[in-house]
Design a protein around this ligand. Sequence first.
Ligand code: AR6
Length: 250
Amino acid sequence: MSTETKNLNDNALNKWKAELYYCLKNYKKDKVYFNLDCLKNALYKVIELMHLDGDSVDSLLGDLCSESWLDCQRLLLGNYKPHSVLTLFNGGVLDVYADAIVNAANCALAGGGGVDGAIHLAAGPQLNDACMKLNGCRTGDAKATSAFNIKSANYIIHTVGPVYQHCADDPLLLGSCYKRSLDEALKLNLSSIGFCGISTGVYGYPLLEACTVARDSIKEWITSHPNQTMNIYLCCFSKKEIDAYKQVLS
Ligand code: AR6
């Protein structure tokens, strides 16, 4: 390789490394500016230019931003092919930038407390009007509306989780919420969706069990939709949720 070519390669590598570090830092610190596609792009350029395998990338970046890097490692698994990705997001559904966010609603779709109240407040009164036209929603089902005044998403997918009863139906109904929400996102031709921890607040579903159901049902959906590319964010409003997801995803 001529000196000139080597210099050009070094310059390109430094540029993409800087971009990658920037994306990872934003992922950890300032999620408003985090962009998954930019991160993927920079990551692949660095891998190409350095001829790295996954392990070497780990050691290069693991120390710098270990927490966010751990969450982003899954991006490597598809070997450049577009595929659905499940990512932990350190923030609530109103903080994530996604085509749709998922609301933990009630059967009447009448608004309420918790994330439902926060979403209605942020979306504005038109959301209630739209919800009233949907004829309610059964437990385990999902229905979509516009996101109105919420600018970080275009759609809200309202799903109704089970009130925890400690019975065999709980995981079936909760799993159905995740799958039906993903079906709705696909029907609308969307490619990213942010979930809150459905049923884990007012409805009393134990957190670790709910995270396990979320993981398993989303993985099942991804497996049964191999040709779809969906960026799926598990939004963690509290530190407890991050810890629980990390435990079930490790
Ligand atoms: N912003 C973002 N996420 C939040 C917020 C918020 N302000 N508040 C809670 N979460 P919950 P449920 C997360 O209780 O258990 C309502 O009254 C929280 O960390 O909102 O499914 C409805 O109308 C958790 O991950 O919903 C229903 O009647 C997730 O939101 C009932 O509560 C769900 O907690 C639904 O109960």
